[in-house]
Design a protein around this ligand. Structure first.
Ligand code: KMH
Ligand code: ZN
Length: 308
């Protein structure tokens, strides 16, 4: 079995401040929780930024720059910056921070899709910030845009010009075929880091058959040229990452994907989720990759070759 890379997605753009007091919002909170997650065993830190005053997702590079250097100084984990950003951001806005920071790794979403966050309005009714309700409500009509042209731009401007590699975010089987299309065109190179995502409304559901099917198709399309990873939203996070790991996948946890650490138990930090999945991986006798091993497995350019 290959070593398991634990990724931790620290804050994201899905959850809003009123949903959990533990969701990191300020640069200080993001840096602290990211470093603690790395100390707990995360080799990769997937990062978004938030407005320090309101907690609203922001693409502002100057906010990213308030926590990226602090994370780099305090741990060796691979920094992975989102190019998905958040609702309402243009492609240029989504690319501004990654282009400035030139990280080893960035997310790259492999298709346009509906991305429904509005069902969370049933669960959370009181909001501290005035943007939260409208942000969730407007996802009824939001198309998460990732056209072929957008993907080409990201591959050119970040991949080719900065040597950044990608966490290819695949929310359905079609996204694997889109990735294979870019592999055929030689716009992406192996080893591919394929993140299979389950349980987002608009993407494929968190059903075992879908996970096994994703692996079958990825094996068929990419052979041994890829490192598979699994993440799942909300209550599916730990069961699905465990199922993925049993089937040879790496795993992604973090408060971007779920606010919980066990049934009905709110996670008090990102590190708590990392420790939880780590203990399961250890029970399964799976070896966990260090940041250095993750860099080798994913063929990254190295932490000295970034601009932060
Ligand atoms: N929030 C995840 C479902 C990105 O940052 O590019 C997807 C994500 C997107 O991580
Ligand atoms: Zn993300």
């Amino acid at each position: 079995m290959p070593k398991v890379i634990i990724s931790c997605a620290v804050t994201g753009a899905v959850h809003t401040p009123s949903m959990s007091p533990y969701l990191p919002l300020t640069p200080d909170e993001i840096a602290t929780q990211a470093v603690e997650a790395a100390e707990a065993g995360a080799a990769v830190l997937h990062l978004h930024a938030r407005d320090p005053e309101t907690g609203k997702p922001t693409p502002d590079p100057s906010v990213f720059m308030q926590f990226l250097p602090r994370i780099k100084q305090r741990c060796d984990a691979v920094v992975n910056i989102t190019t998905g950003g958040g609702q309402g951001m243009s492609l240029d806005e989504r690319l501004a921070a990654p282009l400035r920071a030139s990280p080893e790794l960035c997310s790259l979403n492999m298709g346009s899709m509906n991305f429904g966050m509005y069902p969370m309005l049933q669960r959370y009714r009181e909001f501290k910030q005035d943007w939260e309700r409208a942000y969730l409500e407007s996802t009824r009509d939001w198309i998460f845009r990732n056209t072929f042209g957008d993907i080409e731009q990201i591959l050119e401007r970040l991949g080719k010009q900065h040597g950044t590699k990608f966490e290819f975010e695949c929310y359905d089987t079609g996204h694997l075929y889109t990735l294979a299309h870019f592999l055929d065109r030689k716009l992406v190179t192996a080893p591919l880091f394929v993140q299979s995502i389950f349980g987002i409304l608009g993407g494929t559901g968190a059903d075992t058959e879908n996970l096994l099917h994703a692996k079958r198709i990825a094996d068929k399309l990419f052979g041994s040229d890829y490192q598979w990873s699994v993440m799942a939203a909300g209550k599916h996070q730990i069961p699905f990452t465990t199922l993925g790991a049993i089937n040879g996948a790496s795993v992604r946890v973090g408060l971007e994907d779920s606010l919980f650490a066990g049934r009905g138990k709110i996670a008090t930090s990102n590190a708590e989720q990392v420790r939880l999945i780590r203990s399961i991986l250890e029970l399964l006798s799976l070896d966990i990759a260090t940041p250095k091993e993750a860099r080798e497995i994913l063929a990254l350019k190295g932490g000295d070759n970034v601009n932060f």
